[in-house]
Design a protein around this ligand. Structure first.
Ligand SMILES: NC(=O)c1ccc[n+]([C@@H]2O[C@H](COP(=O)([O-])OP(=O)(O)OC[C@H]3O[C@@H](n4cnc5c(N)ncnc54)[C@H](O)[C@@H]3O)[C@@H](O)[C@H]2O)c1
Length: 260
């Protein structure tokens, strides 16, 4: 069998993907279904999540769920619904995030926008990941989790609510990976570059900062996400931040030399 055949265990594996109504979360959720994994698509937008499950290669494997993950009670409802529909959840992808709006800079961002960014990215990510881990430990099952962080976990974005939420998620991933490794639960971060997916207004001019010469698409993230989630391919990867950015992180104030 090829190394890349059947990256998942169809009997055992089942996934929750948050933010699966759009962008990167949607692309990862659809790719998981494409690999035969029962997947619950969770998003605040019922319309988007329904459109996403309708687009799945095998709609019988794609479950739609809508709710506001900024609310702890909704996180609880998601966990209960997932348990009922999927049984044990072995794969978790946390991609939900409020949109990034350039006007929400340091001097302008409201308390509500600050709190909501943190609640969806960090608080929901912590609560859902921890509860899913408890179930995996109780069932003595391996598991794999992937958190969508950002290059702006380490460099400013002019959006302090966003960069601080992502920085906190980045260390949460390491805390979880350190603690949960003994239970065969792997936890990693996926770090996108500038991906024209929907979460921010992607200016095409950004492409000149990207060594590979183009903005990314949501679909550029899905293959690496699946590789890291898969025990078969990424089974010895935990606590890592995997950057998928076309080389954007290599950009600094030195331009590459011009050759004739
Ligand atoms: N696109 C990029 O360039 C980029 C770069 C770095 C990191 N990321 C991260 O990747 C993830 C996905 O980004 P994207 O560009 O695909 O975003 P997106 O805005 O296209 O998708 C995010 C999804 O999350 C959902 N969502 C928002 N608030 C929610 C809530 N309270 N409860 C449930 N769902 C909610 C939205 O409805 C949306 O469908 C985000 O965490 C983002 O921060 C993206």
């Amino acid at each position: 069998m090829s190394l890349f055949d059947q990256p998942f265990d169809h009997k055992r594996d089942a996934a929750i993907v948050t933010g699966a109504g759009n962008g990167i979360g949607r692309a990862i959720a659809l790719a998981l279904v494409g690999e035969g994994v029962r997947t619950l698509f969770a998003d605040i937008s019922a319309d988007k999540v329904r459109a996403a499950t309708d687009a799945a290669a095998d709609p019988a494997l794609a479950f739609a769920w809508s709710g506001d993950l900024a609310e702890r009670t909704e996180c609880e409802r998601l966990l209960a619904d997932a348990r009922e529909r999927l049984g044990l959840v072995t794969l978790f992808v946390h991609s939900a995030s409020p949109p990034r709006r350039e006007q929400d800079h340091l001097l302008a961002v409201s308390d509500e926008t600050w709190a909501r960014m943190r609640a969806v990215n960090l608080d929901a990510g912590f609560h859902l990941g921890r509860e899913l881990a408890k179930s995996l430990i109780a069932a003595k099952s391996p598991g794999s989790m992937l958190y969508l962080t950002s290059l702006h976990a380490q460099t400013p974005r002019n959006l302090p609510h966003y960069s601080t939420a992502k920085a906190a998620m980045a260390i949460l991933v390491k805390e979880m990976a350190r603690m949960l490794g003994q239970h065969a639960i792997r936890v990693n971060a996926l770090v996108p570059g500038a991906i024209a997916a929907g979460g921010f207004v992607a200016d095409p001019a950004l492409a000149r900062h990207i060594p590979l010469g183009r903005l990314g698409q949501a679909a550029d993230l899905a293959p690496m996400a699946l590789a890291v989630l898969s025990d078969r391919i990424g089974g010895y990867v935990s606590g890592a931040s995997i950057v998928v950015d076309g080389g954007l992180a290599l950009t600094n104030w030195f331009d590459p030399p011009e050759l004739e």
